[in-house]
Design a protein. Structure first.
Length: 253
């Protein structure tokens, strides 16, 4: 929680902004010194003590702040205090300034120093200075992960077929009738001679050779692009309205 306090030049201004705060569902407290007592407070307690008690919770007993605001109240001014959530403090402070608050300050509950001090109108030699605030857009860059790829490699087996012509030999033994005169060679071959004849054949022999037929290249390339960043900035605009005075007439005698 945070307490926001505004100092107004008159009790009328303070009461007006109190009603505006109530219309916005905020609970406001007004401290003034119109008749020696604070508006909305019980009789019997002096304005100095009321302000002291009020700011003791706000500033932890900062006497300089107490004396400063006590002077403003004792010269006909009034204080408006609102306790709100932290994220509502800036909105309430703007509302107080819009209704004529000369000074606005805020403090988180439990802190010992002001946690929010808004730009304020400064009274110098009878002149009121109104600060003109303007925001500037600042655009930076940060690196983000855009995702990537993960490449796996593994070996797979695929069945293949191939045709090959093989040669086979067979041994054939046959008898055939012959009618001729025997010779000495015929007698020699029949005396313990042995004839061997082997048949040969072909069989498929499988061999493999490996060749690189393709490559997968993995890498990164960078490019740049221009992106339009859209946002809004705030600035203070001051409008001056002429207030007409009373028309006077000259008396003739």
């Amino acid at each position: 929680m945070k307490t926001v306090v505004g100092l107004f030049s008159s009790v009328a201004q303070a009461e007006q902004v109190k009603q505006a705060l109530i219309a916005e569902d905020y609970s406001a407290k007004v401290i003034a010194n119109g008749d020696g007592t604070a508006t909305g407070e019980a009789e019997g307690e002096g304005i100095g003590q009321k302000i002291s008690n009020f700011f003791h919770g706000l500033t932890g007993g900062d006497e300089d702040v107490h004396d400063h605001y006590a002077t403003g109240v004792n010269t006909g001014g009034a204080l408006v205090g609102v306790t709100v959530e932290d994220d509502e403090a800036s909105e309430v402070a703007d509302l107080l300034r819009q209704h004529g608050a000369r000074e606005v300050q805020g403090k988180s509950v439990g802190e010992t120093q002001a946690a929010y001090a808004a730009p304020q109108a400064t009274d110098t030699t009878g002149q009121t200075a109104i600060p003109i605030v303007e925001e500037e857009l600042q655009v930076g860059k940060r690196e983000v992960d855009r995702g990537g790829v993960r490449v796996y490699s593994h070996v797979v087996e695929t069945p293949v077929t191939a045709d090959v012509t093989l040669r086979d030999e067979q041994i054939r033994v046959e008898r055939r009738p012959v009618n001729r005169a025997a010779t000495a060679a015929d007698f020699n071959m029949g005396q313990g001679s042995v004839i061997e004849l082997n048949a040969t054949g072909e069989e498929a022999v499988i061999g493999k050779t490996a060749r690189v037929v393709e490559e997968v290249l993995v890498g990164k390339q960078s490019s740049s692009h221009t992106e339009v960043v859209r946002d809004s900035v705030r600035k203070t605009e001051v409008e001056v309205e002429q207030i007409p005075g009373e028309q006077t007439t000259k008396n003739r005698y």
